[in-house]
Design a protein around this ligand. Structure first.
Ligand code: ZN
Ligand code: ZN
Length: 201
């Protein structure tokens, strides 16, 4: 059974207080890829639970990146080259068509490369909400450097819902030495950084 609920766009985790909890991607706070297993890769996720506490859960990359699209791991490989497998469900079909049509479920603005890039949730390293926005530190799949964007929660939680403009922090973060979540959040919403609003399209 998938740990992702496509109807509610929520990941399912264990909660010590409630037994089970359902959290959106924008409630994730820190993702760290665990050393070892590559297929699937496993991520340690710290998330803000609806009970008010933060907990830790483990997610395989399939669940993290593909389940929100209704796609099973590896489907993408066929996707770009051939027809989509018969028997795929409706969500998978729609996701496949949109990707083939050039839409990408998630994207961000890579500050060092000065361009928008497609991305998957497994490339998100730190997330810190502040007011209506969520600050997200993204490790670029193309250049491996870390950029921070300010986006709407929907930009994260709803695949193919991309903010037309995002806030881009004018600073390249050290991918090996990311700040602690508390420091990241404090810096982000103080005057420590300048940022520009840039178009993702
Ligand atoms: Zn909880
Ligand atoms: Zn990049």
């Amino acid at each position: 059974m998938s740990m992702y609920d496509v109807l509610r766009s929520r990941y399912t985790f264990a909660c010590p207080a409630r037994g089970e909890t359902h959290v959106a991607l924008s409630s994730f706070r820190r993702l760290v890829r665990l050393p070892g297993a590559a297929h699937p890769a496993v991520y340690r996720v710290e998330f803000a639970c609806t009970c008010g506490e933060e907990h830790v859960g483990l997610v395989a990359d399939d669940d993290l990146d593909w389940a929100p699209l209704g796609l099973a791991g590896g489907t993408f490989l066929n996707l770009m080259t051939s027809t989509f497998d018969a028997g795929a469900d409706e969500l998978a079909e729609v996701s496949a068509q949109r990707i083939k049509g050039g839409e990408w479920p998630w994207s961000f603005f890579c500050y060092p490369e000065e361009r928008a890039r497609p991305v998957f949730p497994s490339s998100f390293a730190l997330l810190a909400p502040g007011g209506a926005a969520v600050g997200v530190a993204v490790r670029c799949p193309a250049c491996s450097r870390v950029s921070v964007n300010l986006v709407s929660p929907e930009h994260l939680d709803l695949p193919f819902h991309n903010d037309p403009h995002v806030g881009v922090v004018e600073h390249v973060f050290d991918g090996e030495m990311l700040p602690a979540l508390g420091d990241f959040r404090a810096d982000l919403y103080s005057s420590a950084f300048d940022y520009r609003r840039l178009a993702l399209e």
